[in-house]
Design a protein around this ligand. Structure first.
Ligand code: SF4
Ligand code: SF4
Length: 320
């Protein structure tokens, strides 16, 4: 059995990952200096990317919140889909996969931290708003590595989309100096067609995601594959996702700490400094994980999983 087969078998059979792909480290040579595999592991040869999908049951709890007004259901979604559980599971999976490579083959393997929203949003602000690849502490873009490793495409929303689960998956990755067999970038049917779909931009409550015909676009490339994505405005997303205004509050009450849906970096920084600590959440800051752009994205058999089963009143992800 080849090294590649052994590693993939371990990830699928022992760690129960849903998807796995391998890219040559060279495929990420155009990433910013300091964030390339070779910068993190001298002599890096391969980047192994893997993912665990969110349980449909956890995702559907977000529909209970948005469609039935059951705000408490957000705790199911945030615990088991968007934040706590997937990240903790992925941390252990990544650690174990690295141990497996080092102990079995004697090569070095670097576990990469992953985090909530790490594959969700582009980062173009100096504020550490999201645990994104270039500003919030993540050393390498796992999303771009997944693109090079053939796991799917980056959608208009900037979420990473897999054919099997759409954006409802958390990704982890490791870098190793072991040479492996590489997967080709995804070349199946186009997953995201914003000119026909536009669900993420129409549902985004703060216009962090523009409509496909407005405001231009950005290109993200890795491993020879290029994706066209919205010019994402993270400050706008942050207002809804982190409940900086009362109209975006979840089960825990919040006050208006910014005055608009389009705050400057300075306004957000001031708001965070002045935000009152309370006892409603484990980290003292009530959050409201919007994620409409993720939960209603039709890619990954959304209709069959949710609409056809009566779990969402949106039809094919198009009406909510
Ligand atoms: S909601 Fe539609 S336009 Fe947005 S990323 Fe998903 S498929 Fe693309
Ligand atoms: S999480 Fe909500 S506010 Fe942020 S981009 Fe997605 S839809 Fe917009």
């Amino acid at each position: 059995m080849s090294f590649t087969t052994e590693i993939k078998k371990y990830l699928v059979n022992e760690l129960a990952v849903d998807v796995v792909g391998i890219a040559p480290a060279e495929a990420l040579k155009d990433e910013p200096r300091g964030f390339r595999p070779e910068d993190i592991l001298p002599g890096a040869k391969s980047v192994v990317v893997f993912g665990k999908s969110y349980p449909d049951g956890a995702v559907q709890s977000a529909f209970r919140k948005f469609e039935d007004g059951l705000k408490a259901a957000e705790s199911v979604y945030s615990t088991y889909a968007s934040e706590i559980c997937p990240n903790i599971v992925l941390l252990f999976d990544t650690f174990n996969a690295c141990q497996f490579i080092e102990r079995t083959f004697g090569y070095t393997a670097v576990p990469l931290p992953s985090g909530a929203m790490q594959n969700a949003v582009a980062i173009n602000t100096d504020l550490p708003l999201f645990s994104g690849p270039y500003k919030g502490g993540l050393p390498m873009s796992i999303k771009n590595a997944a693109l090079a490793a053939g796991l799917g495409e980056i959608g208009w929303s900037t979420h990473f989309l897999t054919p099997e689960f759409g954006p409802r998956i958390q990704l982890g990755a490791l870098i190793t100096n072991l040479e492996l067999d590489y997967d080709k970038p995804y070349d199946g049917p186009r997953l995201c067609e914003p000119e026909k779909c536009g669900i993420c931009s129409s549902l985004c409550p703060t216009q962090a995601i523009s409509a496909e015909k407005e405001d231009g676009f950005e290109l993200i490339s890795a491993g020879g594959k290029t994706c066209r994505v919205t010019k994402f405005v993270p400050n706008r997303c942050y207002v809804a996702a982190m409940a900086l205004r009362r109209k975006y509050e979840g089960a825990s009450p919040v006050s208006d700490v910014v005055g608009s849906d389009d705050p400057t970096d300075g306004e957000i920084a001031a708001a965070l400094k002045g935000r009152p600590i309370n006892d409603y959440t484990y980290d003292h800051y009530p959050k409201f994980y919007c994620d409409k752009c993720l939960i209603y994205c039709p890619v990954g058999n959304w209709k069959e999983r949710f609409s056809d089963k009566g779990l969402s009143r949106a039809r094919g992800g198009s009406s909510k």
